[in-house]
Design a protein around this ligand. Structure first.
Ligand SMILES: NC(=O)c1ccc[n+]([C@@H]2O[C@H](COP(=O)([O-])OP(=O)(O)OC[C@H]3O[C@@H](n4cnc5c(N)ncnc54)[C@H](OP(=O)(O)O)[C@@H]3O)[C@@H](O)[C@H]2O)c1
Length: 338
């Protein structure tokens, strides 16, 4: 296949500045990487978080970067140590932090970060899956240690993360409660939610008790009140909380920053102690092997993509405006056929 020397890409050049379209070199692969021609890329709120500069303390990117955090596409080149994949394989994945992004024509990515796409999905559907499914799987299984028949609360069930987290929790045999507005109640029920709380008229912390896991996606008071609904030994897992010392060390962010994290998260760790539960804030990480488990769930019909809107590459900035509404049910995906 003829691989061009340059490619179009959406980039962030300066924090707090709009994304721009650039022409950049096509990345070269190392021995453990594959080059993927990207066909679809999903948008995620973290892209906006990075752009705003608010995530710099925990994700210190060196700009410029290519934007985008998950993709589906076709392998067009493999490094000499690559054993699991071949040219022509349809794959999907989430790049490593600090590597090139997915709103581009090609990406060089480690074979450890990708999996074969589910056979029953097209590129757009597959592109909607990696970040939110890995996030949900890691919250529920890696950190929450979810077991069959346990009770899980998933905050914001109609969101990109929530729609997939509900399905994964059900696939693992859990009882699931979630919040959604009335207009999205039918959607989350169709995904398997056993109890739906309309967040406009009821407050989850008044309704739920004795849960094993509270998966918080909103932070703030929603996070603080998540402790109240758990039984002793339960897990509060959050995507929007405060990191602690361990987080700083695990992410090589230095001792000073880790100490600051520990101080900032004091009140959350006190709440965990008070309620005899575990507290964990995490940033999801790429994992080809976890994604292969998700592929299996999708091929077995246990998990399906929920896509709100699909845009062309030319419409990528309109697509980000849509994402920023914060009320899109499911995912926003950009077709990359440039
Ligand atoms: N730490 C990590 O690794 C990580 C990974 C993934 C995501 N995140 C973060 O997790 C958050 C959720 O991500 P996402 O992709 O799911 O976002 P999203 O798709 O943009 O969420 C939008 C959805 O949230 C619902 N929602 C908004 N406010 C709500 C409330 N108060 N109660 C219940 N539902 C509410 C909306 O429903 P209505 O229209 O009905 O309001 C809409 O369906 C974001 O802040 C994101 O940055 C972090």
């Amino acid at each position: 296949m003829n691989i061009p020397k340059t490619m179009p890409a959406v980039q962030l050049i300066k924090y707090k500045h709009p994304f721009v379209k650039n022409t950049i070199p096509v990345p070269t692969i190392n021995a453990n990487e594959v080059l993927v021609a990207i066909k679809g890329a999903a948008l995620n709120p973290v892209d906006i978080g990075i752009q705003s500069g608010k995530m710099r303390m925990i994700m210190p990117y060196k700009l410029p970067i290519t934007v985008g955090n998950d993709f589906a596409g076709v392998i067009v080149q493999i490094g000499k140590n690559v054993t699991k994949f071949k040219v022509g394989d349809k794959v999907y994945g989430r790049p490593n932090d600090f590597k090139s992004g997915t709103l581009a024509q090609y990406i060089a990515i480690s074979e450890r970060g990708i999996a074969l796409m589910p056979k029953n999905l097209d590129f757009v559907q597959a592109a909607s899956i990696p970040l939110v499914s890995l996030t949900s799987y890691q919250a529920l299984v890696e950190y929450g240690h979810l077991k069959h028949e346990q009770k899980v609360f998933i905050q914001a069930g109609s969101g990109g993360v929530g729609t997939i987290a509900i399905q994964i929790a059900k696939a693992l045999g859990a009882y699931v409660a979630t919040t959604a507005s009335g207009k999205n109640s039918a959607l989350v029920k169709s995904l398997g939610a056993d109890k739906v709380i309309d967040y406009h008229t009821e407050y989850f912390a008044d309704e739920l008790r004795n849960y094993d896991i509270a998966f918080d996606t909103l932070g703030g008071n929603f996070l603080k009140d998540s402790f109240k609904i758990l039984k002793a030994g339960g897990h509060v897992i959050t995507l929007n909380g405060l990191p602690d010392y361990r987080f700083g060390v695990d992410h090589d962010l230095g001792r000073t920053r880790s100490i600051l994290f520990e101080i900032a998260s004091t009140h959350l760790r006190h709440l965990a102690k008070k309620y005899h539960v575990f507290y964990r804030f995490f940033i999801m990480h790429p994992s080809g092997s976890q994604l292969a488990t998700i592929t299996k769930f999708i091929e077995e019909g246990k998990v399906k993509p929920i896509i709100d809107k699909v845009y062309s590459y030319n419409q990528v900035f309109t697509a980000y405006d849509h994402l920023q509404s914060k009320h899109a049910p499911g995912k926003t995906v950009v077709k990359i056929n440039v």
